[in-house]
Write a protein that binds this ligand. Structure first.
Ligand code: ZN
Length: 236
């Protein structure tokens, strides 16, 4: 079904920003968070200029802001791509109203492509979930990922948790450390993890972002639910 590749084409939607606080029903605004060139609209208390939600704010004006912006957009695209793959898989991956995203976990790495663009890496299906035995393991496909282009990962939680598991977080930090420390190294890079919740009916829920910026104290895994990413986010 090659036409599935078009599901993210939402040209009529004007996107103001890519993130909002978890649980909010307000508008998405602001780009990257702590440690980047893009201030977070919800944490501003010193009246920077320009305001991230003001008319003069351009999240794409700095490399750091653009990276966060494009990572968010890639995560939003990944959610659409996962659903397309579920439809392609057929069988238990399709429910009465569309893709059944509860049948298995889906994941991919996020990779730097040309310039500051970020693309969704190879998508592979996890094993079908046996809800009576949730001990199965799932790793995303490493094809095409290396220490120079790795930017993070995006994966679904069919059980609905918006938080990374301990294993998710450990793997994320290990990959980030490798990318930062393997010569020539990327010590100033911020890496991104996106957890996509799945609703009980098998539809996509919300996309939550977690960042690992240089100098962050990252252990243990986050207990605060990450900001929601605009599912219609577009890249810079
Ligand atoms: Zn997970």
């Amino acid at each position: 079904m090659p036409q599935d590749d078009d599901v993210t084409e939402l040209d009529e939607i004007v996107v103001i920003g890519q993130r909002r606080p978890a649980g909010s029903s307000g508008a998405y605004g602001g780009g990257g968070g702590r440690g980047t060139g893009a201030p977070d609209q919800y944490e501003i208390d010193d009246d920077p200029n320009p305001q991230p939600d003001g008319p003069g704010y351009d999240p794409c004006a700095t490399p750091e802001g653009a990276a966060a912006w494009n990572a968010d957009a890639a995560a939003a695209k990944a959610a659409q791509d996962f659903m397309s793959e579920a439809i392609r898989a057929g069988g238990n991956d399709v429910g009465p109203r569309g893709p059944n995203m509860r049948n298995r976990e889906w994941g991919a790495f996020l990779l730097k492509s040309s310039g500051r663009d970020i693309e969704v890496g190879t998508i592979i299906p996890g094993p079908e979930i046996d809800w009576s035995d949730l001990t199965t393991d799932f790793s995303v496909d490493l094809t095409g990922a290396n220490n120079a282009n790795y930017m993070g990962d995006v994966h679904t939680h069919p059980g609905g948790s918006p938080l990374p598991s301990g294993e998710d977080w450990d793997n994320f930090l290990a990959s980030n450390a490798r990318a930062r420390n393997t010569p020539p190294g990327r010590p100033d890079e911020t890496f991104y993890m996106y957890v996509i919740t799945i609703n009980p009916d098998g539809s996509i829920g919300t996309i939550h972002v977690y960042e690992d910026a240089p100098g962050d104290t990252d252990d243990p895994p986050p207990t605060e639910i990450g900001q929601e990413v605009n599912p219609n986010g577009r890249p810079c």
